[in-house]
Design a binder for this molecule. Structure first.
Ligand code: TMP
Length: 236
């Protein structure tokens, strides 16, 4: 496999074509963004930690029957993935109230949501990733009803599998965001799963160990990610 030109320069990852039309290389950079890219900083080791974290999680999800784009780790900061046609919709599952849910509904941070909620956001930084519903997804043709049903089913399955994995490590999976794409007609989990796109709290102290440390200026951002990685057994 040969890496060719940069196809896309995202906020945290760069995407490269390869000599295989069905495969891409993702390069995890140290860039860390918040507030739809309005704040960007470089954090040492972040690219490596998130790449290895994501590879570990994607393999757990594959083993549980969820199709993912993961193919193989190529280097500390690089992974080979299937080339998906991405659906521009973010799927968010929440087990406890935090972030935009607290702002939107004025509820107390940390209350348990039973059953867990499922929300959709349009992936559009210029518009601030607006909250949308299933009828918008259908009306604008971002995904079919059938694809959406599959995305929702996989999102809840991810919640089951990872909720247990983190719980066993003394962590609460507060919420997370997933992005899906289509590969040879099938819905497949894309993008990444790392502490950049989820909230993880220590079960005992409720200490935040995810990107909220960056968003809220709490310090020790990557130390938080590394603590989660160590507790769940990610080889760094
Ligand atoms: P929110 O509370 O800001 O809506 O975010 C919910 C979860 O989704 C949280 O774990 C962060 C993640 N997320 C992203 O990773 N990227 C995004 O663009 C958005 C809107 C949320």
């Amino acid at each position: 496999m040969e890496k060719r030109e940069e196809l896309y320069h995202g906020k945290a990852k760069s995407v490269y074509t390869t000599d295989d039309a069905d495969r891409l290389v993702l390069l995890f950079r140290n860039d860390t963004s918040a507030f739809d890219g309005k704040r960007i900083e470089q954090l040492d080791r972040k690219g490596m930690v998130n790449n290895k974290f994501n590879a570990f999680i994607m393999q757990k999800l594959e083993a549980a029957g969820i199709p993912t784009q993961f193919d193989k780790l190529l280097a500390d900061n690089e992974v080979l993935v299937k080339k998906l046609a991405m659906i521009p919709v973010e799927c968010v599952v929440r087990n406890y109230a935090a972030g935009s849910l607290v702002r939107r509904l004025g509820v107390e941070e940390g209350i348990q949501l039973n059953p867990p909620t499922f929300e959709l956001f349009l992936k559009n930084d210029a518009l601030g990733d607006p909250f949308i519903n299933e009828s918008h997804v259908q009306a604008f043709g971002w995904a079919t009803l059938e694809q959406l049903a599959q995305m929702k089913a996989y999102s809840f399955k991810v919640n089951e599998v990872l909720g247990k994995l983190f719980d066993d490590a003394g962590l609460m999976l507060v919420d997370f965001k997933l992005e899906f794409g289509v590969f040879h007609g099938q819905i497949v989990l894309g993008d990444e799963f790392s502490p950049d796109g989820c909230r993880l709290w220590d079960k005992e102290t409720r200490k935040k160990l995810d990107k909220d440390r960056f968003r809220q200026g709490l310090g020790d951002v990557i130390e938080g990610y590394e603590e989660v990685a160590r507790r769940i057994g990610v080889p760094l």
